[in-house]
Design a protein around this ligand. Structure first.
Ligand code: 5AD
Ligand code: SF4
Length: 450
């Protein structure tokens, strides 16, 4: 255990609730580690916490409003225990800053995503209680190194943050700021450290992850594909994934990495948002539907079995029935393994905010139609797995005794019946059945731990 355990008085308890994307999950872990050095240990029970931290999402209005209803529910707890510290982190903190404290005086601290390294000082009262600037320094340089404890077999690693694409609907360029790539040596060090602690699968994270670039170990400028090749050389790292990508940053070397790097899993989340050129243009996506389709052809030529997923927005301002039909046609043409779809939500400060909205009922109907199609494709993709043998990395116990749950190469959740296998085993599993959101398989190999 770490040395502060012997010197600290009774540990203080920290409860973190994470909303939104995987980067917030990663950031929450890093904040927990930073607060660990201050003597805080994580608790799952909000009522016994000394500090409650809400790591928020601003992407759609519903996500942002959730913060305020959760803060409302915290009022009685704070009234009963005035020394309880309540902190708001993440993208709502960045976007709304002191407005949060004005609206909800129960909040003690507001910390934006680029200032997490100041959180311990804020908690001690040695820094301002609202920090949402974009400092020059990299917050990761100032966050403590991850502590040498054993980790779950699959981990996230942030390699890039921020976005310069400015899609007309999106708050990310404002909440997360300009694109910044972390340097190669820091990424490699963190990856090696994770592997040394039992991690076998790393998902590289970035708002625009495939826009990552940096000065390589050989003194040359590396693109994202080259970084993946370097990670593929790490002994003990069996699986590499990445999310989220922009179609315009799918460089040749990245597509080739899907062909050449066996650890790079056959799964790609590549948001397209719409299948209508008119809407893509209005969204400032800077590519056409046809360009997306041809890109998919090239990716599939490199890795024919790749499972593709995407994001869609319906009811973007100006979207007509014809535009919607174009989107359905693109979905038919690609055939997605699964996808996320959202009704357009106008976000203050974004270019599309003031544009006339599509009628709500029309947008709802379109969303339903699109989701029905995506659900059919998801079902077909899962059913096509039945009979196949795939790699499965076991991540946790199932609800039933003698059952474990893992992720397949294609990121499907797979249930296997076993009393011998352990968390962290990477097994060959034959898929025997497809359920609504998961697969069932039987082990055909002993653990491939060598
Ligand atoms: N309204 C609806 N969906 C949005 N997304 C981003 N901004 C909005 C918005 N204003 C969706 C996009 C993006 C995903 C993370 O969230 O599809 O890819
Ligand atoms: Fe938002 Fe992604 Fe567009 Fe960047 S590329 S503005 S994060 S939707």
């Amino acid at each position: 255990m770490s040395d502060h355990d012997t010197t600290a008085p009774a540990a203080k308890k920290l409860f973190i609730k994470t909303y939104g994307c995987q980067m917030n999950v990663y950031d929450s872990q890093r904040m927990a580690e930073a607060m660990g050095s201050e003597g805080y240990v994580l608790t799952e029970d909000q009522s016994e916490a000394d500090m409650v931290l809400l790591n928020t999402c601003h992407i759609r209005e519903k996500a942002a409003e959730k913060l305020y209803s959760d803060l409302g529910r915290l009022k009685p707890l704070k009234a009963a225990r005035p020394d309880l510290k309540i902190g708001v982190a993440g993208c709502v903190a960045q976007a709304e800053g002191e407005e949060i404290v004005r609206r909800m005086p129960v909040v003690d601290l507001v910390v934006g995503p680029q200032t997490y390294h100041r959180l311990p000082a804020m908690a001690r009262g040695e820094a301002p209680n609202i920090l949402t600037d974009f400092p020059e320094e990299d917050k990761f340089d100032h966050l403590p190194e991850r502590r040498a404890t054993r980790r779950a077999p699959a981990a996230f690693l942030t390699v890039q943050e921020g976005c310069d694409k400015f899609c007309a609907f999106c708050v990310v360029p404002y909440t997360r700021g300009a694109e910044v790539s972390r340097p190669v040596e820091r990424i490699m060090r963190e990856a090696r450290d994770l592997v040394a602690r039992g991690v076998r699968e790393i998902t590289l994270l970035g708002q625009n992850v495939n826009g990552w670039h940096g000065l390589g170990e050989d003194g040359r400028e590396w693109g994202f594909g080259r970084l993946i090749r370097a990670l593929g050389e790490l002994d003990g790292l069996d699986r590499i994934r990445y999310t989220t990508s922009h179609p315009n940053d799918m460089a040749d070397d990245l597509i080739e990495a899907h062909r050449d790097v066996p650890q790079l899993m056959p799964y790609l989340h590549l948001p397209v948002q719409s299948g209508s050129d008119r809407i893509l243009k209005a969204m400032n996506r800077k590519h056409t539907a046809e360009q997306y389709l041809r890109l998919i052809d090239r990716i599939r030529a490199a890795r024919p079995d790749i499972l593709l997923t995407s994001d869609f927005i319906v009811g973007f301002p100006g979207e007509t029935d014809q535009d919607h039909q174009d989107t359905l046609r693109l979905i038919e043409e690609v055939g997605f393994g699964t996808a996320f779809s959202f009704k357009y939500s106008p976000r203050p400060g974004t270019p599309a905010y003031d544009r006339p909205e599509v009628d709500g009922a029309v947008a709802d109907a379109r969303l339903q139609e699109l989701q029905a199609l995506l659900t059919r494709q998801q079902k077909a993709t899962q059913e096509a797995m039945v009979g196949r043998t795939v790699g499965v990395l076991l991540e946790k116990q199932g609800r039933q005794p003698g059952q474990m749950i893992g992720k397949s190469d294609y990121l499907h959740s797979v249930f296997v019946d076993t009393t011998e296998a352990e968390i962290g085993d990477l097994l060959q599993v034959q898929i025997v059945e497809s359920a609504s959101n998961s697969l069932h398989g039987k082990i055909v190999s002993s653990p491939a731990n060598a």
